[in-house]
Design a protein. Structure first.
Length: 201
């Protein structure tokens, strides 16, 4: 099925420079820390080359930005959290694998911003997809658009904790190589809505 671009209602967050550049720099710092840790434990490790190499074996530290660690079959490992606050949005990007002995045993400080409102009520997206976000394997984009729409928007509206007051929620997105996972957290109850688990990929 070929997807075509359409303008859909949904919940979307658009991040632009200078914040995208800061996120990219932070992500590269984390990737380098993971690669350095893994190479300290093993003579050869698997990594993704970002110059069309795909999955490859490396035995020494690559040039900055030329490779990312192998975070699993579909990538992942990073979560973008958005909290709407009136005319501002709080953005936090974290590494969900911190403390994992295969990736990085120590805490990894997330990066965060409070920036002018970046939430959109509609966006140009691919028909028949339902969520949007950057590909985890190619994370170095000048603009990030995260969101959910279609059946996933309907699932959110039917949730027992749904309210039109979106300041009650955190919207969580985890890019992978096969799509972007999306969750909603109701802040007061700390209840999570896993849109992908309910709606399927």
């Amino acid at each position: 099925m070929n997807s075509q671009l359409v303008t859909c209602p949904g919940i979307f967050f658009r991040i632009r420079d200078p914040y995208t550049s800061q996120i990219v720099s932070w992500r590269r710092d984390v990737d380098e820390a993971v690669l350095r840790y893994q190479l300290g434990r093993s003579r050869e490790i698997m990594a993704f080359g970002l110059d069309g190499q795909g999955l490859t074996t490396i035995s020494k530290m690559p040039e900055r930005g030329k490779a990312i660690p192998y975070y699993g079959t579909v990538g992942g490992g990073f979560e973008f959290a958005f909290h709407p606050m009136g005319d501002q949005t709080e953005v936090t990007v974290g590494a969900v694998f911190e403390g994992h002995p295969l990736f990085h045993p120590d805490p990894i400080e997330p990066i965060g911003f409070i920036i002018p409102n970046i939430m959109l009520p509609q966006a140009e997206v691919y028909e028949h997809v339902g969520t949007t976000g950057p590909d985890d394997v190619i994370p170095y984009l000048p603009e990030f658009l995260f969101g959910f729409y279609g059946k996933y928007l309907n699932i959110f509206h039917e949730w027992e904790w749904y309210s039109e007051d979106l300041e009650k929620y955190d919207f969580l997105f985890s890019p992978t190589s096969v799509g972007t996972a999306a969750l909603v957290r109701h802040r007061e109850s700390d209840t999570l809505l896993d849109l992908m688990q309910i709606g399927g990929w």
